[in-house]
Design a protein around this ligand. Structure first.
Ligand code: PMP
Length: 324
């Protein structure tokens, strides 16, 4: 179990002990998946712990809530501050953070509007998502027999719990068949995304990634990787990608908060390029890890320091007693 049960959970404005972070089984979210959430990471850097792209994640959370007509119980600024407060309360250096807005306890009709919107933030330590060696050696993926949600069904731009029923089908099928991940096509048969990550292909040193119209989540790592690739001098094309381009690509890699930048070494048992991490993937991975671990200057303002801004000495790390 990845959880530290001594940790505190932020719920509707207060930090509560892990065991008390409960909701009633009659809550709307339990039955209808009526929640929107985020997943982000905090990294240990030489200048202290830093959240990667906190503002972008908060914006996407509130965009997701808006799409689902949810009125969050607190402002974006409050939720943002609460993320930092929760990491500090748990005295974490590096962690995964899961803010969630969900429909609570009131009625169990399909109409969620009467149910209160509640907010919570969980933190836990989470290492490599696809297992040891994935970042160096790459992973084996299959094209899923499940498609991503069609346009105008479940909004792909919203990170809602309901979408993860589709993701779980993709992931379970892949794992049961001996693959690390499944790559889904959209309802038109073009490459969409993995169960919980976006995808990039490289051919002749040009990067390709599906556009937002290919039923993808607008990944924040995807956005960062496009910026990094352009900074490194590569051309990046957001375009519809036919399935077979996966089989003739020089390189394929997955990106996301959980997987970070993970090479794909085979698709449907066909080796990608030489079957090992390619040079473009390696260059992007290196820059990405240098940024998140604070080894190079944060040119794009992607890091938010949890225990105070290292450039302003006056901001001292607040002292928080360890949870017993
Ligand atoms: N697609 C899906 C379906 C996801 O769940 C995720 C993870 N949030 C991503 C893409 C990658 O998004 P991000 O880089 O913002 O984590």
């Amino acid at each position: 179990m990845p959880f530290d049960e001594r940790a505190k959970v932020w719920m509707n404005g207060t930090l509560v002990p892990w065991q008390d972070a409960k909701i009633h089984v009659a809550s709307h979210v339990v039955h209808y998946g009526s929640a929107v959430f985020e997943g982000m990471r905090c990294y240990d850097t030489p200048k202290g712990s830093a959240c990667f792209r906190l503002d972008a994640h908060m914006r996407r959370l509130f965009d997701s809530a808006r799409i689902y007509r949810m009125d969050p119980p607190c402002s974006l600024e409050t939720m943002r501050a609460a993320v930092l407060e929760t990491i500090r309360a748990n005295e974490l250096k590096a962690c995964y953070i899961r803010p969630i807005l969900y429909r609570g306890y009131q009625t169990l009709g399909i109409n969620p509007l009467a149910c209160p919107v509640e907010a919570a933030i969980l933190t836990w330590e989470w290492g490599s998502y696809l297992g040891d060696g994935a970042l160096d050696q790459g992973v084996d993926v299959r094209v899923s027999s499940w498609s991503r949600t069609a346009p105008n069904t479940f909004p792909a731009l919203a990170k809602t719990a309901a979408n993860y029923a589709n993701s779980a089908l993709i992931k379970m099928e892949a794992v049961v068949d001996g693959y690390a991940e499944g790559l889904a096509l959209d309802s038109f048969g073009y490459v969409s995304e993995g169960s919980g990550q976006n995808v990039f292909l490289v051919r002749d040193a040009v990067l390709y990634t599906p556009p937002l119209s290919a039923s993808i989540l607008p990944g924040i790592t995807r956005d960062a990787v496009m910026t990094i690739a352009r900074d490194l001098g590569y051309r990046v094309r957001e375009q519809m990608i036919p399935r077979e381009m996966l089989y003739v690509a020089d390189e394929v890699f997955l990106v996301g908060t959980a997987v970070e930048v993970t090479p794909v070494r085979s698709v449907d048992r066909i080796p990608v390029g030489s079957g090992a991490r390619g040079p473009v993937t390696a260059a992007i991975q290196r820059t990405f890890f240098d940024i998140i671990t604070g080894q190079v200057p944060d040119r794009h303002g992607w890091l938010t320091y949890v225990y105070g801004d290292p450039h302003r000495e006056a901001v001292a790390a607040p002292h928080v007693a360890r949870v017993p």
